[in-house]
Write a protein that binds this ligand. Structure first.
Ligand SMILES: C[S@@+](CC[C@H](N)C(=O)[O-])C[C@H]1O[C@@H](n2cnc3c(N)ncnc32)[C@H](O)[C@@H]1O
Length: 337
């Protein structure tokens, strides 16, 4: 059986069948121009099927991979937990619903809320290819003061906050916190996206949630705003549409994203990473430099050298976004002396 990622790729490729490549590329150009400088908006940007097909073909593989990566880090922190139901707010064509099916096996009730009917219609069409989304409900709903989210196990809000006013960002996070014991917010990995994630993180903590990922703790983020921003990277295979729109020969691109996964599950069910690799590790001759965000609420660079044996091998395999260390914390302690 194909993975959700492969099934999604095939379904998206089929979407463009019959659409002249130039027309698809023009739709993407129009969409990028529309998004630039026009947010927050008071009416949906995704107005018709051409807009939505362009969005889905061009952006959905990337938002899917970013959300999947965030959910996998969350799943690692709550190993005994599987969402029994899911609501995706501002879900558009449903990238996060596909990501949930990639992160956790099985079927569950799924509801996608969005104000753009064409996005919901296309999401429903694509979801027909994914058995775990067969029963998903696609509902028109506007994020605002009146937003109420039905009670569920997991709420995702992916690549949405940037399209909202400050008040509506607060409303959607509060509504998510009231509806579910677990909330995952994903934004582009830019300084602004990170700032929106931190604001959502603060709101969730104030509502009684603890952070499960990426942070090793639920205290204040040690990053100084304006100096740096916490973000990660997910590799995305480029479709033929990508190759047309973006010059360049690479068969992949790296989607940068920021996220927070927070939960009200009991403390003994949540094991945040001891520390997290917050930059791409630098491999030097005989050593690996790891930039870590640590449980002690600080950022620190660790140098792991050959003399650390297995830990050195693990460090060579470590990736940006991974939790660290992969071994007993006791052993790890030794190398910090
Ligand atoms: C960039 S898309 C992200 C879609 C999807 N979550 C993803 O990750 O691919 C933003 C989505 O938010 C929806 N949206 C923006 N403002 C909204 C509002 N006020 N109420 C409901 N949906 C909204 C848009 O229609 C669009 O589908």
């Amino acid at each position: 059986m194909s993975s959700p990622a492969e099934t999604l790729r095939t379904a998206l490729a089929a979407l463009l069948d019959g659409l002249p490549p130039r027309q698809a590329a023009q739709a993407v150009d129009r969409l990028i121009a529309n998004y630039r400088g026009r947010t927050p908006t008071d009416a949906p940007i995704l107005r018709d099927r051409a807009d939505v097909a362009a969005y889905a073909a061009y952006r959905m593989p990337a938002t899917f991979e970013a959300v999947r990566s965030a959910l996998e880090a969350f799943a690692a922190a709550v190993p005994g937990w599987t969402p029994a139901s899911h609501v995706d707010v501002g879900g558009g064509t449903g990238a996060a619903t596909w990501a949930v099916t990639a992160a956790w096996d099985g079927e569950r009730p799924v509801t996608v809320l969005d104000w753009a009917e064409p996005a919901l219609a296309l999401g429903r069409e694509l979801a027909a290819a994914n058995p775990a989304l067969a029963g998903a409900r696609w509902q028109r709903s506007r994020i605002g003061a009146a937003l109420r989210i039905e009670s569920t196990d997991l709420v995702t809000v992916s690549y949405v906050l940037g399209e909202l006013t400050d008040q509506d960002r607060a409303h959607v996070v509060d509504a998510a916190a009231a509806a579910a014991p677990s909330v995952v917010v994903v934004e582009p990995g830019t300084p602004d996206g990170y700032a929106r994630v931190i604001a959502a993180r603060d709101r969730l903590i104030a509502a009684g949630f603890r952070v499960a990922a990426p942070c090793p703790h639920s205290a204040a983020c040690p990053i100084v705003p304006g100096e740096d921003w916490c973000h990660f990277s997910a590799r995305v295979s480029r479709s033929s549409l990508h190759r047309q729109v973006k010059a360049g020969s690479l068969p992949y691109e790296d989607e940068k994203f920021s996220y927070v996964a927070a939960t009200r599950l009991p403390a003994d069910e949540v094991s945040p990473a001891a520390s997290r690799v917050v930059r791409r590790p630098q491999i030097r001759k005989g050593q690996v430099l790891l930039d870590l965000c640590e449980a002690e609420e600080q950022l620190r660079r660790h140098t792991v050298t050959k003399r650390h044996g297995d830990l050195y091998k693990a460090a060579r395999d470590a990736d940006w976004g991974d939790s660290w260390p992969p071994v007993e914390p006791g052993n790890y302690h030794e190398i910090r002396q």
